[in-house]
Design a protein around this ligand. Sequence first.
Ligand code: IMP
Ligand code: MG
Length: 224
Amino acid sequence: MDRITSNNDMASYLQIADDEKSYNLDLFCVPRHYEKDLDKVIIPHGLIMDRTERLARDIVRDMGGHHIVALCVLKGGFKFFADLLDYIKTLNQNSDKSLPLTVDFIRVKSYCNDKSTNNVKVIGGDDLSSLSGKHVLIVEDIVETGKTMQTLLSLLSKSRPKMVKVVSLLVKRTPRSSGYRPDYIGFEVPDAFLVGYALDYNEYFRDLSHICTLNDKAKEKYKV
Ligand code: IMP
Ligand code: MG
């Protein structure tokens, strides 16, 4: 099995520095119902799209020629998954190399409030055995400790896929990291809790286009 592991130091990414000037909320449009909850815009929607377009190009360059199964990690990955696949589709229509795609979905849950729990639960998704012998691209929203992805990768390896690559829109710079790095990374972000573009806080804020930080009042308001 020529499974590409994820310890790939070569992945390049756009770094959002700890002292990066984030954007004032008043300069962007956000849903009215979240106006009082957000602190700053960390990554505007347009920049997410631009970086995603390039990730699509890199993935087609590396995986083109194979049939791939794009595996969306729900729920947080759904926006990135949809936009990434749209860019890959556009490339397939306009370049020599083309990447036949099928899609699959898996649901994992590891978070409560703004803290990762040690308990990574896979709840739902198709039978993973259908991935046997396939080239699989796992599409994830954010890697923090790396536990979710490592759990998923070891689960997946039981189905004996031919190759597994991981693309994560975000990787958090945190001392809690296990050292795990995805094969493709959109942005490396500061150690803060982020919401928007399908990332949630107890299921809220998925319906927000930009990636933002929350204020403390909101963390209280939506706590479970
Ligand atoms: P890990 O297992 O610690 O790498 O955490 C990965 C999962 O935790 C991601 O798939 C997210 O669902 C969730 N997560 C981690 N950090 C954040 C965040 O800042 N905002 C929202 N969800 C997060
Ligand atoms: Mg996720």
